[in-house]
Ligand binder design. Sequence first.
Ligand SMILES: [Zn+2]
Length: 257
Amino acid sequence: MEFTEKALVLRVGRFRENDVWVKLFCAGRGVITAFAFGGSRSRRRFCGCLDQLVLASFRVGTSRRGSYQVLQEGALLHAFPGLRKDPRKLGLVAHCLKFVEAVQVDPSGARPVFDLLLETLATLESGAVGAEMLPLLFKAKLTFEQGLSPDLALCVRCGRPAWDHDCAQEGVVAADHRLAFSVERGGLVCGLCGDVQAEPLCLGSVRVLEWIGKSRPADWPKLALEPDMRRELGRVVDRFVAWHLGLRWENGTYRKI
Ligand SMILES: [Zn+2]
């Protein structure tokens, strides 16, 4: 079956002198691998498209026996020059691309993840996000959008309100008020239940998690966090991703655990 679709190139490799394989994140069908025969030579069919971090419209067919996908041609849409010239930003991009590939997004849920990734790249290219926050925000947002949103209102053990939202709104409860987050149960545990396994989390961090759920990447430059809160959130989000998606960041890549 042949199709033409907008896709972002996640990875590229050569497997014979002139032949290339690509890992594409297709907007409507998730991550696929396809072969571009003669790809390293053909400027006419693939001009500027067979490079990591290129957004292009690709025409993809299948091999004669239908056992693998073949890239027919590509039309370059955007090559993110603002990211390419900045090694620090490229490092952040690589982290996001590896996460997308590791998550193995279901084809039916590919579109929102694709949009999230492109919005993240556009925000980063426009220059504004704090570098230390971007992987954390992207990882949390993508995980929440996979139907794994944490429960931040009611206690995951007894169902009572885990903290008093009204008081917090009026500033009666301090942002450093300590709460507990159960990674395994995916939400807050109230003070009455207690849970020795739960991660401590201050109310300020809970509010940030709520905000990430509602935010878009274009909002992310507004967020500034104290190092303590950043570390606390980083630890909770990493444990949450490890438990619910089975992925852990190790030696510069995501491993299935
Ligand atoms: Zn409880």
